[in-house]
Design a protein around this ligand. Structure first.
Ligand SMILES: Cc1cc2nc3c(=O)[nH]c(=O)nc-3n(C[C@H](O)[C@H](O)[C@H](O)COP(=O)(O)OP(=O)(O)OC[C@H]3O[C@@H](n4cnc5c(N)ncnc54)[C@H](O)[C@@H]3O)c2cc1C
Length: 783
């Protein structure tokens, strides 16, 4: 499993999307499957136990198999959803010959002890009623009659009897341990079976007796009356051999493993790639685990998306995306939202003058771990929420109170965060003190201090990436002023910490390295959306369980989604956009006022996503952004100077992409205007400005550079040409008439033609009448 916690060397079956159902359902053995997410700290913590359990019961495999599925692997996402997995780790037991994913029953693993888990497997095996796994020996206690006629009905040399109390598992464990061995059988006998106890003179429980088919018997001579001693003794008996069963440790399909190259990252920066990956994972993977969102989850999602739409300082098309999802959710009055309906909104579809796109790539940069299972999503989620708490201090007027962002985080973590034990820990901290937070500044500090508590708890555990030790943060090299010593004890200077957090989690400190350029995203996602629509249509036929949801979702989507998007959407966008703009403007003014008074040493305030000046106590941002205002030279990629050299190509490609896309956007705007779509001044002016500023850009040369760049670029070029081709095909009718003719132009021509004809006809009639009148006059008598 690429990036997973387990490897082919472990004694368990690594299941993937293509093997999960095939292996687990309709199997002649039972299965216990761990569904995990490689980024989940508790899964990392649990992995050694699961691995050890697999090794411990490896010999039970003809009766019960142990498997694992990494649900963090996007390829497995749908399969995990189908199996009803909403949190990690989840253990599900599937009886032999289970028919559907819903047949799995959750197994709780109190204390994560191997013994508890082993016993739990036995208890579940015993639940088989009609369809007992063929390779599993009987586990129920033996009776006097069965023992009496045992050698007549069973062709074995030995019968081992384990005398034990009713609640002991030793007998059943030894039975399963020996199931692959021939010429020997094992039965447990309860201490309450008096006749047998008396017959063999049993005085201690547990104790083992060996009966041979020649009628003799003796006590099993072991140092300790325990499972491993019995098993060891029985496996070495003369004539006892291992049967033809082979342990199932090899996976069906070869493991594809792609090593992700290490991306150089600067610890003093925040990376947009991490933040966008967090958004994608949170909205399209974590939320997607629930086929239907109800009650608390609906509220939690709405709150989360609202704070994102308000405060996330993203690239414009990401902000558009978030606002559009927020608008859709706010218009949803029902307390029940099928994910299939939400999914359509979360799929990037909107192109044109205001693209709404969120990448579905997961690229970790500042959150990249030394191994794939370290860091990643949880790291990016912390980063996202720190950023949001800081952004909320900048736009106080937009906020609804000091708990707005923290409350949204609490709701999100509780309702959706896949690491369920992490969610419980966080909820514990929130319940303890979150409601005591009285200001947005205090909210920033509350999250910082609680995160440090988590860091302290996890330091030195197996979830810690050795290359990124869990320190109390920020360390002195990042913020010397944050640290002090009083009475030889370390103390935090909270005012300095707050200033540092505000600078660190500010838009100016966000680096765009490794983000996908806008145009690449738009082209790729529109293609994926089309493919996705096709797949969904096919999938609906197959996935009967989900059919109802899908249908309802589609109907709702059709009724609501499209109507809302098209009818209400535009009007609301304008209204709300303008209202928020105003509010932001006011907030900014106010904040500027505050800054003028010198309360916060933060420099000029800006709207989310706009550049800002350097913060305090650290090097923030690149020089090209500092203090810039008005139209800037187009550069959507702000490279970290350290990686600039390495990534020269990416800058070039990104610049090209942006410029090309903007020119396309301008064309789209013209088409939109012709279609009589509403384009406000606010929309068109930046587009015109953008295009003017790019007039000297040589597209032909850029295309050529792309072409020369070989295989990697071919896909992109293909996609661009395909997209371009689509547009051309759509417009060919107009192109035949010549550039610049639109439907509106043609209609105006026809109307003018009609009016001028009418005018000529009128004039003709008028002159004709006058001539007639004149001709008739001489006939009249003159005075
Ligand atoms: C809500 C929540 C609860 C969690 N609970 C658990 C749990 O109970 N058990 C478990 O094993 N894992 C838990 N995790 C995961 C764990 O906290 C880490 O996120 C994960 O181990 C990755 O660690 P990391 O080294 O990338 O740094 P993280 O702790 O994820 O930090 C990410 C980045 O934030 C910055 N940072 C670090 N500390 C602070 C701070 N105090 N204030 C501001 N910024 C900071 C640093 O730049 C750091 O690189 C939880 C995650 C979340 C989001």
């Amino acid at each position: 499993q690429p990036g997973g916690l387990y490897s082919p060397g472990d004694a368990l079956v690594l299941l993937q999307v293509d093997t999960l159902e095939r292996r687990v359902l309709n199997s002649s053995s039972a299965w216990l499957v761990e569904f995990y997410a490689s980024w989940c700290g508790h899964c990392v913590h649990f992995a050694p136990t699961w691995r050890a359990l697999a090794a411990d019961i490896q010999e039970w495999s003809p009766a019960v198999n142990l498997g694992v599925v990494n649900c963090a692997d996007i390829a497995n996402q749908k399969a995990c959803k189908k199996f009803g997995i909403t949190g990690f780790p989840t253990l599900k037991f599937f009886k032999a010959f289970s028919k559907s994913p819903e047949d799995g029953t959750k197994i709780f693993h109190p204390g994560d002890s191997i013994q508890n888990l082993r016993q739990s497997i036995i208890t579940n095996l015993e639940m088989h009623k009609e369809t007992w796994p063929p390779a599993c020996p009987p586990l129920e206690p033996a009776s006097v009659e069965e023992i009496r006629g045992f050698f007549q009905t069973n062709n074995v040399m030995y019968l081992a009897l384990i005398f034990e109390a009713n609640d002991s598992f030793v007998g059943r464990e030894v039975t399963l341990d020996m199931l692959q061995y021939e010429n020997v059988a094992v039965r447990r006998v309860l201490s309450s079976e008096e006749e047998l106890v008396k017959k063999y003179g049993v005085t201690a429980f547990p104790s083992g007796f060996l009966l041979i088919n020649n009628g003799t018997f003796s006590r099993i001579p072991v140092k300790m009356e325990a499972r491993s001693f019995y098993t060891y003794f029985l496996r070495r008996l003369p004539g006892v051999t291992r049967g033809p069963y082979a342990p199932t440790s090899a996976p069906d399909t070869p493991i594809k493993s792609t090593l992700t190259p290490r991306r150089p990252a600067d610890r003093s920066k925040v990376y947009m790639a991490d933040l966008e990956s967090a958004l994608h994972y949170a909205l399209r993977v974590e939320v997607a685990r629930f086929s239907v969102l109800t009650g608390e989850r609906v509220r939690a999602l709405k709150d989360f998306v609202t704070v994102l739409a308000k405060y996330f300082p993203g690239r414009p098309f990401v902000q558009n995306f978030l606002r559009s999802v927020d608008r859709w959710l706010r218009n949803m009055r029902e307390s029940r939202i099928p994910y299939s309906a939400l999914e359509r909104v979360l799929t990037n579809r909107k192109e044109g003058q205001a693209p709404e796109v969120l990448s579905n790539n997961m690229t970790w940069v500042g959150c990249q771990g030394s191994k794939p299972h370290f860091r990643g999503y949880p790291c990016s989620l912390w980063t996202l929420f720190h950023l949001l708490t800081v952004q909320a201090t900048r736009y106080r007027r937009l906020g609804t109170g000091p708990l707005e962002v923290l409350g949204a985080m609490r709701g999100y973590v509780w309702s959706f965060f896949g690491c369920r034990e992490c969610a419980q820990h966080f909820e514990g901290m929130a319940a303890e003190s979150m409601d005591k937070v009285r200001s947005v500044d205090k909210a920033v500090l509350w999250l910082w201090s609680r995160h440090n508590r988590v860091n302290a708890r996890l330091a030195g555990t197996e979830t810690e990436d050795p290359e990124f030790p869990k320190l109390q943060w920020p360390p002195p090299d990042l913020c010397p002023l944050c640290h002090g010593v009083v009475n030889r004890r370390h103390v935090w200077d909270e005012a300095a910490v707050l200033r540092f957090l505000k600078a660190h989690f500010s838009p100016a400190n966000i680096i765009l390295d490794y983000t996908e350029p806008e145009m690449v995203l738009v082209v790729r996602h529109s293609r994926e959306a089309k493919e996705g629509a096709g797949e969904r249509a096919m999938g609906e036929g197959e996935e009967r369980g989900e059919a109802e949801e899908e249908e309802r979702g589609e109907a709702e989507e059709e009724e609501r989604g499209e109507a809302e998007e098209e009818e209400r959407g535009e009007a609301e966008e304008e209204e709300r956009g303008e209202a928020e703009e105003e509010e932001r403007g006011e907030a900014e003014e106010e904040e500027r006022g505050d800054n003028g008074r010198g309360e916060e040493d933060e420099g000029e305030e800006r709207r989310p996503g706009e550049p800002e000046a350097a913060g305090v106590g650290m090097e923030v941002g690149g020089s090209e952004r500092r203090g810039s205002s008005g139209p800037r030279k187009p550069s959507i990629v702000r490279m970290n100077p350290k990686t600039q050299e390495l990534e020269e190509d990416i800058v070039d490609l990104d610049n090209f992409s942006e410029l090309h896309y903007k020119s396309k956007a301008l064309k789209a705007a013209a088409v939109a205007a012709n279609k009589q779509w509403r384009l406000s001044k606010r929309d068109t002016i930046p587009l015109l400005l953008a295009d003017d500023s790019h007039q000297d850009f040589d597209y032909a040369a850029a295309w050529e550079r792309l072409r020369r760049r070989g295989r990697g670029s071919k896909q992109l070029i293909g996609a661009l040409e395909e997209n371009e081709g689509d547009a051309l095909r759509r417009n060919h009718w107009f192109r035949m008439l010549g550039v610049g003719f639109s439907r509106l132009d043609l209609s105006l021509c026809i109307v003018l033609y009609f009016l001028s004809s009418m005018c000529l006809l009128g004039m003709y009639t008028f002159f004709r009448m006058r001539t007639r009148l004149r001709k008739g006059r001489p006939g009249f008598p003159t005075a």
